[in-house]
Design a protein around this ligand. Sequence first.
Ligand code: SF4
Ligand code: SF4
Length: 354
Amino acid sequence: MIAGTELEIESFIRAQAYGLGFDLVGLATLGPVETAAAFDGWIERGYSGEMHYLPRGAEKRRDSRLPFPGTSSAIVVGLNYGGTAPGGPVARYARGDDYHDLMTARLDELHGLVEAELGRPVHGKAYVDTGPILERDLARRAGLGWFGKNGSIVNPEIGSFFLIGSLLLDVELIADAPFAADRCGTCTRCLDACPTDAFVAPRVLDATRCISYLTIELKGEIPEDLRAPMGEMIYGCDICQDVCPWNVRFAQPAREPGFAARTALEEKDSRPLARDLLALTDEEFRAAFRGSPMKRAKRRGLARNAAVVLGNVGDCDDIPALTKALDDPEPLVRQHAAWALEKISSRYLPSGPL
Ligand code: SF4
Ligand code: SF4
């Protein structure tokens, strides 16, 4: 109990975390990580593709006390990014400000509040996809939800459209009960809906086939057989979450103003957006996507994705933008633009290219 108050530190933390705008809060004790071996096996099978940062830190991932030695507890938070917003060519989490910055700043603030409340410096660190921590494992341990067959943590009250962050601290906290149940039951909607057949088994994703990976992490050419299944997706993919009954029923609008779509993306369908992205210079790209998670794909990645989308759903009106992209300084963009022109022309002129 905190001196002079009736409030336990755990209750104080929960209240402050909700006050900072987080939608879910749970506490976990750090220690051996149950899913670390499965994660290592997943990497060994090559399912992480070119995400070379993932194999690093395997030792630390096995025990959550190791990433930031001296810490013993985690405050695990979830921030809802708005599963009720209409679907579109950009995954919902990526339409506004970068959640890494937003959540890290807020977890740092929470850290300061804990220090002020305890009246001493508290050794600790905030993580938002930023270290060798299996945050979904920690989230389940902290009671935030269960591992859905689509790989997301699903919460019975808000579904899975939330981002996870954690604050590791050297404070002994009474942990919440882990989420023990598996409420997927016999449902397989997410596995069945994936357009690229990226699930090898329930909860096992071959990321090299996933549209999120292809449009964000993959730096080179998108394999030809996976271009058509990408459909209209330019950045990320929400399909296996959209179909989840827990989201259909319980997804909520985002409360966080930082997740509002930025002007460059507002009310844009896939084709106008793809044409805009194809035409961006490096400078325009930097200005449009400063502080956005979409900068991760870089201009050339977004232009590549845009070309694929126009190849999938474009028509004659898109030919000028694609033709201009044949002069793009990046060979990657030129190649995908040429592919797209061929696709469009084959739809209109079955006898050959334009
Ligand atoms: S994000 Fe899209 S492509 Fe990736 S597994 Fe889910 S449905 Fe499949
Ligand atoms: S769609 Fe069904 S199987 Fe997939 S995560 Fe949701 S409840 Fe689980």
